[in-house]
Design a protein around this ligand. Sequence first.
Ligand code: 5GP
Length: 212
Amino acid sequence: MKQKGILIVVSGFAGTGKSTVVKMLAEKYSEQYALSISMTTREPRKYETHGVEYFFSTKEEFERTIAEDGFIEHACYIGNYYGTPRKYVEEQLEAGKDVLLEIEIQGALQVKEKLPDTMLVFVMPPSAEILFNRLKGRGTETDDVIRKRMLRAVEESQGIEQYDYILVNDDLDVCVEGLHQMIQSEKLRASRNIPFIENMRKELVDLKKGEV
Ligand code: 5GP
């Protein structure tokens, strides 16, 4: 029987490069990972395509999906809704893929409460100053939105201890590989491998019986 995949939540302040990290990870090890695409009521940025970065929706469509229990989690972030569609995640986990969710902290904690086996990773910038410069340099946001995102970062920084791991994004390639290694270790946690351990015990007993 194929082993079920694990669910990995990656969060981090806006501007830490977490979207790029999860995207690169999913591309580099495409047989292992599936990247969930969220639904949002936010306006698409110039370079974004419906069905690639997000499923862009109206408030009505989003609220209908909430009513139909179509999300694993959802949250409001700076005036817009964001949610993780349930169906894709469940199908991919069943198929044995490790599923990556790149979501903010309220959603991350909802997922951990519903599915305690979820691995939570928080991506950090090397320093607050670097974060601010990255946000400004991105050039996709107005000064007002940058200010709101920095304020939000101050709030989010209060919750980091609730995550299982932190990951510093200094060098992108190192960070992607670091995340992959973290996940590989997590998958080897003894408590995640009970069927394998039990089977080993049974085989040992059977072998010992055959000996006498
Ligand atoms: P952005 O508007 O910059 O794409 O994303 C804003 C924030 O929403 C980011 O912190 C991102 O991780 C988070 N986010 C994206 N998709 C989801 C989702 O499905 N659920 C939740 N709770 N947060 C999300």
